[in-house]
Write a protein that binds this ligand. Sequence first.
Ligand SMILES: *Cc1c(COP(=O)(O)O)cnc(C)c1O
Length: 369
Amino acid sequence: MTTEQPQPSFRFVENTDPVSDARRREILADPGFGDHATDYVAAIRWSGRSPEEGTWTDPRIEPRAPLPLDPASAVFHYGQEVFEGLKAYRHADGSVWLFRPEANAARLNRSAERLALPALPPELFLASLDELVRRDHRWIPDGEGTSLYLRPFMIATEPFLGVRPSREVLYEVIASPAGNYFGTPEPVDIWLSTTWARTHAGGTGFAKCGGNYAASLLPQLEGEAQGCKQVIFTDRNREDAVEELGGMNVFFVTRDGKLVTPELTGTILPGITRDSVIHLAQDHGIEVEERTVTLGEWREGVASGQIAEIFACGTAAVIAPMGRLLSERGEIPAPAQTNGEITTWLRDQLVGIQHGTVEDPYGWMHRVL
Ligand SMILES: *Cc1c(COP(=O)(O)O)cnc(C)c1O
């Protein structure tokens, strides 16, 4: 956590027209999620002959502004893009912290490799977050359960219509204040699309890339038409093995207090929240099984009471209880408990560590300010 490496130096370009104090205060009073831009971005350019051979240059913090990009930029045509998502939390003493940013650095590079994008040295990734959060510190809300959401991303910027990996890449971090996720959330009903998949074996499921989200939007619309806020994806070639939601991993809690979550097969995004839930549970004597869970097991488990709680997890909503599963083939009712004991305990632990009210024995928190 306390490495004494010299920080890569970021050039600073001041924003001479920042959002006014009054307007910022108004936004921070009710930030929502992803609706508002801060004053700055972190940016680094890359150029090279192949994803393995190139250089990152000119790291800088500069005013948030539209990007000037040629319409032939590869990202617009072939979707060569990856991203990350994490939050900066202001603790009661005013200090500011990130949650497991090294894990985001590692995942960004696994995603980048799959999309034939260059790896970003983890120390540059961490420095880009630190530097941006320091410059945008006025944008970190201090209300209960609030945070500054950080969105690092990498795009192929070379103007070239041939099909090969881009020789020019832009990495940026943008930020947006995020509202309260505390309290007891309402269980969400989930839509199962029997027509569409978000990914498939050998695809990009394990990579955090825009393409997976593009593929999930149509089924999400289907779900919304049925009153469902979230969509779940299953593998039809493996007896409808449960994979995950459009942007969250899934856990089942059994009647005897065990956690069961789909194993990472390559079609599931390895969530950092998922990994943290597994650690927390195991350290407190809760058994965790990573294995296949079919739709059939879900249906029978809820009917028999063997499945007591079901929740989804991810950085944005942390831990969200799941209710009914709806599909064209019928419905699986909500489990017996929707904000059950284990769901609630895990949420309290995780949110507590992130916001500094529960001790962090893992060194998960990284101090920025
Ligand atoms: C980002 C993401 C998650 C959750 O990952 P966290 O690291 O926990 O935020 C789960 N599924 C998908 C598809 C995602 O893109």
